[in-house]
Design a protein around this ligand. Structure first.
Ligand SMILES: C[S@@+](CC[C@H](N)C(=O)[O-])C[C@H]1O[C@@H](n2cnc3c(N)ncnc32)[C@H](O)[C@@H]1O
Length: 216
């Protein structure tokens, strides 16, 4: 559901203790912000933040960052994160196109793409977040043992993603066209969109991929 515009959202987000709006100032020093050397996992297109609130509670030894370009859902996400009381989660207001200005090469240990916009029209393929230019940026920013996790309800985005990953030299190390019936269901943390699609009886496509240079 589209959120109503909140004219105060930018101001509220800028002053929220868990939000980061000056992303360029954080490049290369995220671990200092968290004040620990723990791995950094980044959810791209975090929406209202259900996944991050749960993940940061279940895995306190990970530093979690949600990236979102629209301020209203990100504000809700930051408030949800604040309610958990967790100190290992931050909310980054930014377009994913600027990822390389917010992180240094090797600074991220995992990227999550959860229910990204499928951009179904053929002429919009470069906007899909698994288009090769995006994959190149993720690869640059990932640590030597880093990986990428994708979940989607869209078969066409899934197939496009598999092809782009294979053609740009990634290894797909886990894969399912029905995540909730697979061996990875037990450890899966559901997102808001995932629960919606799943309730409609739709299967969830899943993959985990590593750049070829990665130490498995
Ligand atoms: C379909 S929602 C999924 C939300 C959440 N990940 C989930 O699974 O419930 C996709 C989200 O990605 C955000 N998004 C799309 N393109 C983006 C971009 N280029 N930069 C940052 N956020 C983006 C949208 O604003 C939206 O909130």
């Amino acid at each position: 559901m589209r959120l109503r515009r909140n004219p105060q959202a930018i101001e509220l987000l800028t002053s929220h203790p868990l939000s980061v709006t000056d992303y360029a100032a954080r490049q290369g020093n995220w671990k200092e912000l968290f004040a620990n050397p723990h791995p950094i996992y980044v959810e791209l297109g975090t929406g209202k933040g259900q996944f991050l609130a749960k993940a940061s509670t279940i895995y306190p030894e990970i530093n979690w960052i949600g990236v979102e370009k629209i301020q209203e859902p990100l504000l809700l996400a930051a408030r949800k994160g604040e309610e958990t009381g967790n100190t290992n989660v931050r909310y980054l207001w930014m377009d994913i196109a600027n990822l390389q200005e917010a992180f240094s090469p090797g600074e991220v240990d995992r990227f999550y793409l959860h229910f990204s916009d499928p951009w179904p029209k053929a002429r919009h393929y470069k906007r899909r977040l698994t288009y090769r230019d995006f994959l190149k940026a993720y690869e640059t920013l990932l640590s030597p043992s880093g990986d990428l996790i994708l979940k989607t309800d869209s078969e066409s985005l899934y197939q496009f993603s598999v092809e782009e990953l294979q053609e740009t030299g990634w290894d797909i190390v886990e894969q399912s066209d029905d995540l909730h019936q697979s061996e990875w269901a037990k450890t899966n943390i559901t997102t808001e969109y995932e629960e919606k699609f799943s309730a409609l009886g739709m299967p969830i496509y899943y993959l985990r991929a590593v750049p070829k240079h990665t130490e498995l």
